[in-house]
Design a protein around this ligand. Structure first.
Ligand code: IMP
Length: 181
């Protein structure tokens, strides 16, 4: 097996092969939708870094990328509903086609906050690409324009997603069982 050693308690939900195939399809959809236009991929640190790097290399458009960092107040998996901007993008967003790139859309608080923030910067357009969508957990009225996989309400790690900063480097997306949380 290549990549990081995977603990036997972690059950694979999405293999690296399925992820790569789906990311390629998402990139093809994006390339078609923005044909002959430029895009700015804005990745949400740190979880989306791996997804963005794979997606960006398959997008056949004039593209730049940038990163943003946010945190939601609260500890562990429970968020209080407040989102704070820790690091902003480096370039102007005016008149740009912005694609917010996120690892997972859960309650929707983070992307609702980010979408509003970027819509206030006079962009040409703002869309969302989320690799995973935990639809059943949504509390905010926000949906992604490009979704990789709709997944059940399980805590997942790998391919950028962490639990207390660990497991981001796993090549597959795995379910972290409750006894390990
Ligand atoms: P939201 O603001 O509730 O939509 O949550 C989005 C953020 O919660 C993501 O960017 C992740 O950092 C984190 N998150 C939600 N579910 C999971 C999960 O199953 N594994 C790892 N992180 C998660």
């Amino acid at each position: 097996m290549h990549g990081a050693p995977q603990s036997p308690e972690l059950r694979v939900l999405l293999t690296r092969e399925r992820i790569q195939a789906r990311v390629a399809q998402m990139a093809a959809d994006i390339s078609r939708d923005y044909a002959d236009q430029s895009v700015v991929l804005v990745g949400v640190l740190k979880g989306a870094a791996i997804f963005l790097s794979d997606l960006a290399r398959q997008i056949q458009l004039d593209a730049t990328f940038d990163f943003i960092s946010v945190s939601s107040y609260g500890s562990g998996k429970q968020s209080s509903g407040e989102v704070r901007l820790n690091k902003d993008v480096d370039q102007s967003m005016a008149n740009k086609n912005i694609i917010l790139v996120e690892d997972i859309l859960d309650t929707g608080l983070t992307l609702q906050f980010l979408r509003r923030l970027f819509l206030n910067r006079a962009p040409r357009s703002v869309k969302i690409a989320a690799l995973l969508d935990k639809k059943s957990r949504r509390t905010e009225p926000v949906e992604a324009d490009y979704v990789g996989f709709v997944i059940p309400d399980e805590f997942v790690v790998g391919y950028g997603l962490d639990y207390n900063e660990r497991y981001r480097n796993l090549p597959d997306i795995c379910i972290l069982p409750p006894e390990m949380q």
